[in-house]
Design a protein around this ligand. Structure first.
Ligand code: KG4
Ligand code: ZN
Length: 342
């Protein structure tokens, strides 16, 4: 069976074809980063219009890359939320319309389910149950995962997501959008310990997180110490250390609370090298395992949507003749997928 996946929830158009025997057959990605760079962030209406231009050509390219035609596709999965509603509507409408024209089922996929299942595309795939740390530009959450659709929210950010905190701090340090990876690169030249940022919400019990105070801390540190190149790198280092430490502390707590020793880390920030090495140390100390998607499946992509769509299609979970597009959609409102037909 093969599923075509369509991702358009933010500033990346991602299209992929997943085959349940052979894995990913094609993977097409177009990033709108250049389009939004002048504005310092994603402009929703520009994002929607660019998805209109790119989605169909990328679907054609994905079919060509795999050497397939419409008759070789068994279902069409599209991101139905959460995200920018105009951007989602483009992929949702194209996906739903193609499904109708090709007489195939359409599957409305939750974007964060896509992220959390992305490590399943790797050779070393995690088994259920596990704890997932989802850290993207829009969300930071810890989830207990017992199976496809069985998601228990353990904690989440009460303000900025981890990626958003990276991007906002990078912006106030004069780095281009999206600043997360650039800030991380700058941090590599910084000295650990010259500045110490707080580890928010780690001094009290619970798994919720808060990252918005760190950008203010960064702004105040710049104001007090100037912004020569080494100071900027030292501030970036202190910021990244604070985010990574906080996430590691929360992961340790979530694993202790659930009694699990498998950790999945996904979403754009899971590409962060410092986060990866610290979580590797944590899991080694706990005799556990940590799983990641490969770097191109950490940030938004069509492969994770095609994979999540396949799991639902196999279980007979697909949509009636409607277009689903929701800007807000709690992950733990999904129903467990139990009766897998495969
Ligand atoms: O998952 P994603 O592609 O999009 C959303 O669903 O939001 O995540 C994008 C986020 C951005 O905030 C970006 O700055 C951040 O992930 N990011 C990073 C790194 N790579 C991407 N943050 C820190 N270090 C990185 N290496
Ligand atoms: Zn995402």
């Amino acid at each position: 069976m093969r599923v075509l996946g369509i991702e358009t929830s933010c500033d990346e158009t991602g299209i992929a074809i997943f085959d349940d025997q052979a894995g990913i057959l094609s993977h097409q990605l177009y990033s709108q980063v250049k389009l939004h760079a002048d504005y310092g962030g994603v402009v929703p209406e520009l994002a929607s219009r660019d998805h209109v231009r790119k989605t169909i050509p990328l679907i054609q390219a994905a079919l060509q890359e795999a050497g397939l035609g419409k008759d070789d596709i068994d279902g069409i999965a599209y991101t139905a939320g959460p995200g920018l509603v105009g951007a989602i509507l483009v992929g949702a409408t194209i996906g739903r319309s193609l499904a109708m024209a090709w007489n195939k089922p359409a599957i409305a996929v939750h974007h964060m389910e896509g992220h959390l299942l992305a490590p399943m595309l790797e050779e070393q795939a995690p088994e259920f149950p596990f704890v997932a740390l989802l850290v993207s530009g829009g969300h930071s959450m810890l989830v207990r995962v017992d199976g496809i659709g069985s998601y228990q929210l353990l904690g989440e950010s009460i303000d900025d997501a981890a990626g958003e905190a990276f991007d906002k701090t990078a912006k106030l340090m004069g780095l281009d959008y999206p600043g997360g990876p650039l800030l991380s690169r700058l941090a590599e030249k910084g000295t650990t310990g010259r500045f110490h940022f707080p580890r928010p919400m780690t001094d009290r019990p619970g798994l919720d997180m808060s990252f918005s105070g760190l950008k203010t801390f960064a702004a105040n540190t710049i104001a007090a110490n100037g912004d020569d190149q080494q100071t900027r790198a030292d501030i970036a280092r202190a910021f990244e250390d604070a985010v990574v430490d906080t996430l590691a502390i929360k992961c340790r707590r979530a694993l202790k609370e659930t009694g699990l020793n498998r950790l999945v880390v996904a979403g754009g920030v899971s590409a962060n090298r410092h986060l990866r090495s610290q979580l590797a140390e944590l899991m080694a100390s706990l005799n556990g395992e940590v799983f990641y998607p490969r770097p191109e499946y950490c940030t938004d992509n069509g492969a994770m949507i095609a994979y999540a769509g396949m799991q639902r299609l196999k279980a007979g979970v697909f949509e009636p003749l409607v277009v689903k597009a929701v800007p807000r959609w709690p992950l733990d409102s999904l129903a467990p997928v139990t009766d897998t037909l495969a």
